[in-house]
Design a protein around this ligand. Sequence first.
Ligand code: UTP
Length: 465
Amino acid sequence: MNAAELKRRAERYGQEHLFRFFDSLPAGGRESLLRQIAALDFDLVDALVAKFVRRKGDPEPAGGIAEADILRLPRTGEEMRREREARAAGEEALRAGRVAAFLVAGGQGTRLGLDRPKGEFEIGPVTKRSLFRLHAEKIAAIRRRYRCALPWAIMTSEATDARTRQYFEENGFLGLPEDSVRFCVQESIPAVDFQGRIVMDAPDHIHMSPNGHGGSLKALYASGVLDWFCSLGADTIYYFQVDNVLLRIADPAFIGYHLLGGAEMSLKVLAKNDPYEKVGVYALKGGRPAVIEYSDLPAELAEARNPDGSLKYWAGSIAIHVLDAGFVRRLNEGVFALPYHKAEKAVPFVDETGRTVKPREKNALKFETFVFDALPLARRVACVETRREEDFSPVKNATGVDSVETARRDMIELYSRWLEAAGAKVPRDASGRAINPVEISPLTSLEGENLESWRGREVGPGTVI
Ligand code: UTP
């Protein structure tokens, strides 16, 4: 399509301002802008503007939400037996090479305020081991333990792709064979201002952002990663996010519950700290399994309690999933579109004079799809409760809740508990907190094993194991 045709198309959708600076651009700028415009899905943007700008979004109906079945932490002898059975089934799948690891790392990490992919962040409380390295070492340890291939795919976005690949190359693929790691790139989508106009951040450039972690389901398929997994015999995909420092990658019990339950997509949940903790809640919505974003859960439901005082909707999703490869394929080979959600953000924009402005105030809507919106599409779902202190501590913010500080503290606490269980002495303060920072490589211990040599020894400051 030539410039005139693209201009007419933009005009038809009320987006003619995309050509505002066109005539004064150098040839290179014109060309790259036209390429961007030609690739835009105007129908999609128009539908999102109609839904979220003109109609201000459909209010979430408070009705139709009910409690769902959840496998609680085992308490009775029978539940413990079932957990052992699940673990054995998961270990068998791992040993048979049926499991693949899938990390989504396309987000921009705006709350942390980094100018590089979040996975590079040096989170290790002593060694400053990066998030990517932490995950890579867990993967290496699982491969060794189960003698399996455990192929690893990492989803990036336009925003993180080049830098992420460079990081892996510069760091020798973090000790993993290069051909055991693949990257795929999710799609991006423009932001719109509060009038519904696509935001440009330079005279020759449309501001694009990754289309949410839901984009991973399409990226897996479109990139050929799903075929790669299947060619290696891996039909069970362990999905995780880059910022969770405690996460147990390829947790065999969780995989086992998924497989024994005949599930197509599964999720881990934990008991929310309070009614308003910022995690989505697992429940039935219109009779289907679903995760309801915290911002969409009406207060009367967030605060609803059982007769014993516990929260009725207690199960917070922590973005750890197992996906059946056939399910991902079925979604992509049928008509499949996850719903978009909107988020108000401060987005750089170009002013009338062609200058880029970085606003402090929110000025635009970004659109994202969420991976958990695939849950209602799955024929069966297994939802499994986990322990927060063993599986969930995300790095979202620089300080405060879910921050660098809380993640390091939770790592130190986990490693200290493992050492105590092995018979080591961990100095603790009056509140019971471990005093000395300690860090254990996943290559040494994945879940507290291999620490026998610490029996009777005291854990000093800055211990690295
Ligand atoms: P978050 O929603 O916490 O976003 O992502 P973020 O980009 O890390 O941080 P903020 O909101 O900008 O501060 C949770 C996980 O989903 C991935 C992130 O990389 C992270 O692993 N993600 C998010 C994607 O892969 N793509 C996206 O479009 C959004």
